[in-house]
Design a protein around this ligand. Structure first.
Ligand code: ZN
Length: 72
């Protein structure tokens, strides 16, 4: 079974909410924690940004998962 963990807050380990910002060449995932308010930005490669925009998921370490583990 594949694990699709959502991105966890580095402060309280709660699930964070995130959104992709910026153009594909300079994209980042802006993450905000609804539990403690912590925020951080993950710099994304163009490929990673594209994956997230079309429905990819972030792994627990903050990197987008490959397409074969996306929920379809
Ligand atoms: Zn938190």
């Amino acid at each position: 079974m594949l694990v699709r963990a959502s991105l966890a807050c580095t402060s309280c380990l709660a699930d964070v909410e995130w959104e992709v910002r910026g153009v594909a060449e300079e994209a980042e995932a802006h993450c905000s924690c609804p539990a403690c308010g912590a925020q951080r930005d993950l710099i994304l490669s163009p490929e990673q940004a594209l994956r997230l925009r079309i429905g990819g998921r972030l792994a627990s370490d903050g990197w987008p998962l490959p397409p074969d583990v996306w929920p379809l």
